[in-house]
Design a protein around this ligand. Structure first.
Ligand code: FHN
Length: 438
């Protein structure tokens, strides 16, 4: 082959390899960045703002014109945070087993919880709290070695240069000057948050009101990743995010996105609402949490502190009960991976990262033997997680001449059952090998 042809061949081969390598390197870098999030399984969401003063819907109450914007903003006068104890919050979150927390830095009402220099609408400048309540909480999370998530609403229905105001009133339809000024404002706030807090995770909200182009979503992503290439962005940046964020609804099947997080309230409200007593029980929260991790997701469980900075006792109770259960069963939860299809075990399951331990989640009081099908591996041991008790089992419907794996029946004595959810560890010989579904 002539040398010119050799050179051309080499250049084409090199550039092709480079694209593949860089793409692989991009995807390798991306999945490495997501590793802590994939392992974390549990985060605590915090909706804290002036809406806790009256105990009304965050931002939506004036957008939906249940009360005037003026009446809504009067709540600024009641936000005093006199009992705010960020270190105690962080310790409570850590005790729940959560590995990260996401706090509202600014909701759609435009009230910043940090001392933003971009405008005067903040807890620091406009409330009796007279403090930047964000910074001490971020510091407390870092002290507890928890990952920091910052929630930021792209929508700002209070901002004079934001087009939308309430469901029937718009400030303007099209005004390039005003929109340019608003973009400079919100991107300036993001830059402040990025510089001051360098969060591990950005939880955008409100992207639905405009297009990716209008939000300059690609530029925003680039700006944040330039500051910290390892930071993670949720899906609510119009397609420029890293993971899916189903909300207030349990996905019936495993979401398509490799990384996903269900955000959920403990009662029916994001912020503190004294009239909302419809709390999920610890059992219901644990049951939902197990279902989420069995499908490879994270649960972002929300709390809504009061205007004085105290966390409602019902919410503390749920966090404490959840913490007892996650502590006991941590090996089956944190760092686990998606479980096996329901054809093989009719319930929630997870797998250890190396695939050699199958965890079966048994809600409430198991009724009789547990049945497991289609596992080709030899079973070395079956035990109760968090207690070590060995369980007896039998393999039946397995002929020596057949390649069909048998059916495993596991005895679960009453004495080892957990008050919320019992977890069984099935230790396999080698990485799990599922027989065919036929
Ligand atoms: O409009 C908000 C709502 O107030 C709340 O903050 C939730 C939390 O995920 N996000 C938006 C609705 O999807």
């Amino acid at each position: 082959m002539k040398s010119s042809k050799k050179l051309l061949f080499f250049l084409i081969a090199f550039s092709f390899a480079n694209i593949i390598f860089s793409q692989n390197e991009d995807s390798l870098t991306f999945h490495k960045k997501m590793e802590w999030f994939k392992d974390a399984k549990l985060g605590i969401f915090i909706h804290w703002g002036i809406y806790s003063v009256k105990g009304i819907d965050e931002s939506w109450s004036f957008f939906n014109e249940y009360l005037s914007h003026e009446a809504y903003m009067k709540q600024l006068e009641g936000f005093n945070a006199i009992h705010y104890a960020p270190q105690k919050w962080a310790e409570l979150i850590k005790k729940s087993g959560a590995k990260y927390s996401v706090i509202t830095s600014k909701h759609h009402d435009g009230v910043a919880l940090w001392n933003t220099k971009m405008n005067d609408l903040s807890t620091f400048k406009k409330t009796p709290a007279k403090q930047d309540v964000l910074s001490p909480f971020v510091a407390a999370l870092k002290k507890e070695k928890l990952k920091v998530g910052i929630y930021y609403s792209l929508i700002d229905w209070s901002h004079p240069e934001y087009p939308n105001f309430t469901k029937t009133q718009k400030r303007y339809k099209t005004d390039s000057i005003k929109w340019l000024k608003f973009k400079q404002f919100f991107q300036g706030q993001l830059s402040e948050l990025s510089e001051q807090y360098n969060p591990d995770l950005w939880w955008f909200d409100g992207d639905w009101e405009f297009s990716a182009e209008k939000w300059e979503a690609q530029k925003v992503r680039k700006m944040l990743l330039n500051k910290n290439p390892n930071t993670i962005l949720n899906s609510r940046l119009k397609g420029y995010g890293d993971y899916a964020t189903p909300e207030q609804g349990l996905p019936l099947t495993k979401p398509k996105s490799k990384y996903w997080e269900l955000c959920m309230t403990m009662n029916d409200s994001w912020g503190y609402q004294h009239n909302d007593h419809n709390y999920k029980t610890p059992y219901e929260v644990i049951r939902i949490f197990a279902d989420v991790i069995g499908n490879g997701g994270n649960l972002l469980l929300n709390i809504g502190p009061k205007a004085d900075g105290t966390i409602p006792s019902e919410q503390i109770h749920i966090l404490n009960e959840l913490g007892k259960w996650t502590k006991k069963h941590e090996e089956a939860i944190f760092g686990s991976r998606t479980g096996i299809p329901k054809d093989y075990f009719l319930g929630t399951s997870t797998l250890s990262k190396n695939g050699e331990i199958l965890y079966l989640f048994l809600p409430g009081k198991p009724n009789g033997q547990i049945m497991l099908k289609g596992i080709k591996n030899k079973i070395n041991r079956i035990r109760i997680v968090g207690d070590g008790t060995k369980l007896s089992h039998k393999v039946t419907l397995h002929q020596y001449w057949s390649t069909k794996p048998g059916v495993v029946f596991i005895d679960v004595p009453e004495s080892v059952v957990d008050e919320y959810m019992t977890v069984i560890a099935v230790q396999l010989k080698g990485k799990i090998d599922l027989g065919s579904r036929e």
